[in-house]
Design a protein around this ligand. Structure first.
Ligand SMILES: [Zn+2]
Length: 268
């Protein structure tokens, strides 16, 4: 899709098989049959996005990589398709100038480095929230050894940009701090020619969360802060000119919030 002067293209690395329990411990396995199939599974994508602006090719999130990862309660992730997907939209790995990681969960960093910890996108500068570095690279957060080793090789070089505040990445592309799902989670605002698209990462995992009161996200590290960030994002998505899409939205299709159906709860 075009966003003013920019081109935005979703590419999925594979599937995230989620169940209602991902969103609420007490959710009934048969809840929301419009989203979950007869076995109670929602086949959500592992979304990445390509933004082209001038001679920059910006990749937002780097998928799970060629891996299968099991989660509790019969949920799992299967990746491996990102490079093929990029080829299909005419992007070679060497062309990628920047990678913005919304956060450092395994299904967003999997293609950054290969098994030898060498960069898959050799020319790319990697942007991420500094607090995610503290949590996942230096702290207790789970991270594959080859990804951690790759990150450590980048530390202190111009290839790595650790962000503590809302920061422009390119003209019309801004990393916006939306912590809670992870300590340094960020979203990406893409804005040009009066059009605005928010790439939400996992700040909102699936639109069904906005329709079911109390549904959060199993992966939220700080649920209270995550909810506050969701409210901030929802105000944008309800302004009538902003559309948004998360990394796991069905078919990676952006949408806006119909304000009539949604009441902002700003204090809780
Ligand atoms: Zn994710």
């Amino acid at each position: 899709m075009r966003v003013g002067e920019l081109e935005l293209c979703p590419v999925s690395d594979g599937s995230f098989v989620a169940r209602p329990r991902y969103f609420d411990d007490d959710a009934h396995p048969g809840a929301r049959p419009d989203v979950f199939d007869r076995d109670g599974a929602a086949w959500l994508p592992i979304g990445c996005f390509v933004i082209r602006i001038g001679d920059r090719v910006i990749l937002v999130d780097a998928g799970l990589g060629p891996e299968l990862q099991y989660l509790p309660d019969d949920m799992y992730l299967v990746g491996g398709q990102l490079l093929t997907g990029l080829r299909a939209v005419d992007v070679s790995p060497g062309e990628v100038s920047d990678i913005v990681c919304t956060h450092l969960h395994t299904d967003h960093v999997g293609w950054l480095f290969d098994q030898h910890a060498d960069p898959v996108f050799a020319a790319a500068t990697i942007w991420l929230g500094a607090k995610d570095w503290d949590h996942f690279v230096d702290g207790p957060g789970e991270m594959a050894a080859h990804i951690e080793a790759g990150f450590r090789r980048c530390a202190g070089t111009p290839r790595l940009r650790l962000l503590n505040q809302d920061t422009p990445v390119a003209e019309g592309v801004t990393a916006v701090m939306t912590p809670g799902h992870t300590p340094g989670h960020l979203s990406v605002m893409v804005e040009s020619g009066g059009s605005r698209v928010l790439l939400l990462g996992d700040a909102i995992t699936c639109p069904v969360q906005l329709e079911e009161p109390g549904w959060h996200s199993l992966g939220d590290i700080d649920p209270v802060l995550a909810e506050r960030s969701r409210q901030r994002l929802c105000l944008w998505l309800a302004d009538g000119r902003t559309i948004g899409v998360g990394a796991h939205f069905p078919e990676l299709r952006p949408g806006h919030l119909a304000t009539a159906e949604w009441q902002p709860v700003l204090s809780r």
